[in-house]
Design a protein around this ligand. Structure first.
Ligand code: SF4
Ligand code: SF4
Length: 345
């Protein structure tokens, strides 16, 4: 792993975890470099109305790190100037709770970019958010909504009491206003409740469709399966269960070289709430700056300063930059692979 010692300390893994870059080299897949990015993923902060056990953002109702208006304006200028960016993917926390959320979405729509929002569903029922569902519809927002199971029991285990019932109510409301009933896209996200890999995506999608249709009359477009990353709150939970080493072993033993070509860090640029740039949302949580990996860093120390949205005129220029990897990357390459768009192979 070509990270400096300060960053290496934050990267998960155990003494037995092999070096991710070395694994890529052995499979003739190194070095991992960027293509021209087509997605700008904007994390507007850690504020959330929930505090789920597996959250890799460590988000919650008391977090105060949120994107300011000045930063949101610069983000919008950047996606407007980056002609390769086709999609603005807004995430958090619960991104809708940021006062600049509507500004970012409206600027993206005005710039003719597709807008994707990572929605936890319950935010629709937070007091004073009554406008939200209609705002999604009016701006043709592609919704990617967390629902880690179609049973109340499993959802409650991961996301808290009452979350399942509110999520079902929110999905019904979204269906009523046209989501998953025409060209408004409503995808669901599954992640395992425990330290295991997700089951095959197509099979689980069929189960979700049957169960949610039969029991609640709910429709959705796609189910995306996402592997829990061994960082932040999920890593703490693994340590509490005494399962951290086992879980890392599971990820490493299921390394699948076929996933590497589709890794989201190759085509996505992640923006933090304070305007710093990262290779992905996971690196953002570990505070590993974009371009901190690869031989590039060791050769040119001037590149050590974290890049921000104020340093880059067009994110297309980041093509060919080395991607900063770590032991957590085994979470994206295990089994069928994992990304913000679901399984990779
Ligand atoms: S997983 Fe999503 S809904 Fe849960 S605390 Fe984290 S950001 Fe909020
Ligand atoms: S965590 Fe996944 S998306 Fe992020 S740099 Fe590693 S492989 Fe790429």
């Amino acid at each position: 792993m070509n990270l400096d010692p300060e960053i290496r300390e934050r990267v998960p893994g155990t003494a037995a975890t092999p070096d991710f870059d070395e694994t890529l080299r052995r499979n003739r897949l190194a070095p991992l470099r960027r293509l021209v990015p087509h997605t700008l993923q904007v994390n507007v902060g850690k504020l959330c109305n929930q505090a789920c056990h597996h959250c890799h953002v460590d988000a919650g109702p008391k977090r105060t790190e949120i994107m300011t208006r000045a930063t949101a304006e610069r983000v919008a200028d950047l996606f407007e100037a980056s002609m390769g960016i086709r999609t603005v993917d807004v995430t958090g926390g619960a991104p809708e709770l940021n006062p600049n959320f509507t500004y970012i979405v409206e600027r993206a729509r005005a710039a003719e970019r597709a807008v994707m929002v990572r929605c936890n569903l319950t935010v629709i029922f937070v007091p004073r958010m009554e406008w939200l569902a209609e705002f999604y519809r009016a701006n043709r927002v592609h919704l990617v909504c967390s629902l880690p199971c179609y049973t109340a029991e499993n959802v409650q285990k991961q996301r808290g009491r009452g979350v399942f019932e509110k999520s079902i109510e929110a999905l019904r409301l979204l269906n009523r206003i046209g989501y998953a009933r025409g060209d408004l896209v409503l995808d669901l996200v599954y992640n395992p409740v425990g330290p295991v890999l997700p089951p095959p995506q197509p099979q689980l999608e069929a189960d979700y469709r049957e169960q949610l249709g039969k029991n609640f009359g709910i429709s959705f477009n796609h189910l995306l399966t996402i592997t829990n990353m061994p960082i932040s709150r999920f890593a703490q939970q693994l340590h509490q269960w005494g399962r951290y080493t086992d879980y890392m072993g599971l990820l490493v033993n299921h390394f699948n070289p076929a996933t590497v070509a589709g890794l989201m860090c190759r085509t996505l640029v992640s923006v933090g709430w304070d305007g710093r740039l990262y290779d992905c949302d996971f690196n953002q949580m570990l505070e590993i700056p974009l371009g901190a990996g690869g031989e590039n860093k060791r050769e040119d120390k001037s590149k050590d300063k974290p890049l921000t949205i104020w340093d880059v005129a067009d994110v297309g220029r980041l093509a060919e930059a080395p991607i900063a990897t770590g032991a957590h990357c085994f979470g994206c390459t295990a089994g069928a692979g994992s990304s913000c768009s679901g399984a990779l192979v």
